[in-house]
Design a protein around this ligand. Structure first.
Ligand SMILES: *Cc1c(COP(=O)(O)O)cnc(C)c1O
Length: 493
């Protein structure tokens, strides 16, 4: 199986090369030239496997230069205790109907753990397979969730170092504590003065500084990023849709072969693209419902064919979906219209900040995708209703998905069973959830956790509770101009 770039089909790589490179030099994203296909028998056989085995099987079909044994070893480490103390991706069925795929039982209480627990294994192995000798230095700017998930994934992974920059004062207190208390000999965390864009630009400058890269190379280091467009971050997410389908069949909620709709709270279009890939590979999925918050750029695109980022950016109560450029949409464009469509759209996006697809392409997308959005008020209402109606506590991102799913069934009358991707623990957003339930949240994040635990009668996830006792290891605040110097100093230690 060969991988190609969405912007240059003549660039052909093996899976390990695609993962090692991350992004294609001309700016394209990597995709397998042909998707693997799973027969109904193969999917049925997965029913008797545990999550790790299912993940290894799905990954092996996408990554032929890795053996099944290798992948089973990685999955066994990535998706088991102590990282995932319980079942990694359980499905809970609500009284009112929807099935919730809980993707937040990992070390950072958000779904990004599925990708970032696996990526370090895939990346270090890919570098070895492609003959890279240097220690990889991962640098990432984060507005919150990604930084912590990357730190947890790469902490103490041999042959790697990970440095994270977050905007000073620009994350929630809980997110900050998650990062500055991170353990591991190979990690560093820096607060950068300014906002997220300043931190992001600072990291980009380091990546494009050729002289610096050469200096680092002489010291035995190679820069890389844990960016969400790396194929190694996307492909592990395909596995949990197979797993959820198998679990629902085992629990007699589905008859094998029956169509299952999926609703995904979406930002960068990674998670829902993984569902699309699963469907293209033969998993019997029905409609894929793309749920946005007030930053409804994807809702507009999937309903009109116009993608327009020239609009106001809103900060919402579902911050991980506050995004105006959904990078992974480029992969869907490629799968729908090939390189010419990607070329045309990306040029227009670059020049005018917007693009439009032909009516035939839009109609084709709408056969698979439905969409909708929820504002903060509707999100809060949904958290409350779901709690009152089903006794189920959900986080704001999951609430956006539930709201959009209800809208969808009202508008279409489609009564097929639905899987809702639940991307974060409600405890990670305790303040918002408490207020949605009609309570005043304590400004102290640990007290807010206790409040929510008390009201809902559920224990606080250990990963959040234990932060209170962990020492702060990183308190350096730097200016964006000093980021390079900070990296040099850290690496020379
Ligand atoms: C990152 C994130 C999302 C958005 O996922 P994409 O793959 O970027 O679409 C949704 N919810 C939570 C909690 C997240 O952290």
């Amino acid at each position: 199986m060969e991988y190609i770039s969405t912007r240059d089909e003549n660039r052909r790589l093996c899976a390990a090369q695609a993962i090692a490179a991350g992004l294609s030099p001309e700016g394209g994203l990597f995709l397998p030239e042909e998707l693997p296909s799973f027969s109904p028998e193969e999917i049925q056989e997965m029913m008797d496997m545990d999550y790790q085995e299912r993940a290894a099987l799905v990954l092996s079909r996408f990554l032929p230069d890795f053996s099944r044994e290798e992948l089973a070893e990685y999955a066994g480490k990535a998706y088991a205790s102590p990282k995932f103390p319980h079942s990694p991706a359980p499905v809970t069925s609500l009284k009112s109907g929807p099935h919730i795929l809980e993707l937040f039982h990992g070390p950072t209480c958000a779904f990004k753990d599925f990708a970032l627990q696996m990526l370090p294994f895939l990346l270090t192995a890919s570098l070895k397979k492609t003959g890279v000798q240097e220690t990889v230095v991962i640098l990432t700017a984060t507005s919150g969730d990604t930084g912590k998930a990357a730190l947890e994934g790469f902490a103490d992974v041999e042959g790697t170092k990970i440095g994270v920059f977050y905007p000073d004062g620009g994350t929630s207190e809980m997110q900050r504590l998650q990062m500055v208390t991170q353990s591991g000999e190979n990690v560093a965390v820096f607060a950068a003065a300014g906002n997220f864009d300043d931190a992001q630009n600072g990291v980009k400058k380091i990546f494009t500084d050729g002289t610096f890269a050469e200096e680092l190379k002489q010291q035995g280091f190679l820069l890389s990023s844990a960016n969400s467009i790396n194929w190694g971050r996307l492909v592990p997410q395909v596995a949990y849709y197979f797993s959820a389908y198998c679990d629902l069949c085992k629990q007699d909620h589905l008859t094998f072969g029956e169509k299952l709709n999926v609703t995904v709270p979406t930002g960068n279009f990674g998670n829902i693209l993984a569902a699309y890939l699963a469907k293209q590979c033969g998993l019997p999925l029905g409609k894929l419902i793309c749920a946005s918050n007030r930053n409804r750029v994807l809702t507009d695109f999937l309903s009109t064919g116009v993608y327009d980022r020239n609009r106001e950016f809103y900060m919402t109560t579902s911050p991980s979906m506050d995004i105006l450029i959904s990078s992974n949409l480029e992969r869907l464009l490629y799968l729908s219209g090939g390189q010419p469509l990607v070329q045309q759209c990306m040029e227009a996006l670059q020049q005018q900040g917007k693009y439009e697809v032909e009516p035939e392409i839009l109609a084709q997308l709408q056969e698979t995708f439905a969409c909708g959005c929820a504002d903060d008020y509707e999100t809060a209402q949904e958290i409350r209703w779901t709690y009152e109606r089903d006794g189920y506590l959900c986080d704001p991102h999951t609430a956006v998905a539930l709201h959009v799913y209800e809208q969808y069934t009202q508008q279409t009358g489609d009564s097929a069973p639905v899987l809702i991707a639940s991307t974060a623990s409600p405890f990670k957003f305790a303040g918002t959830v408490l207020e949605a339930l009609g309570h005043e949240a304590s400004p102290d994040p640990f007290q807010a956790l206790e409040q929510l635990s008390h009201i809902a009668g559920q224990p606080v996830p250990e990963a959040l509770v234990s932060l209170a006792d962990r020492p702060v290891r990183f308190n350096q605040v730097i200016t964006p101009a000093n980021m390079k110097a900070a990296v040099t100093e850290w690496l020379s230690k």
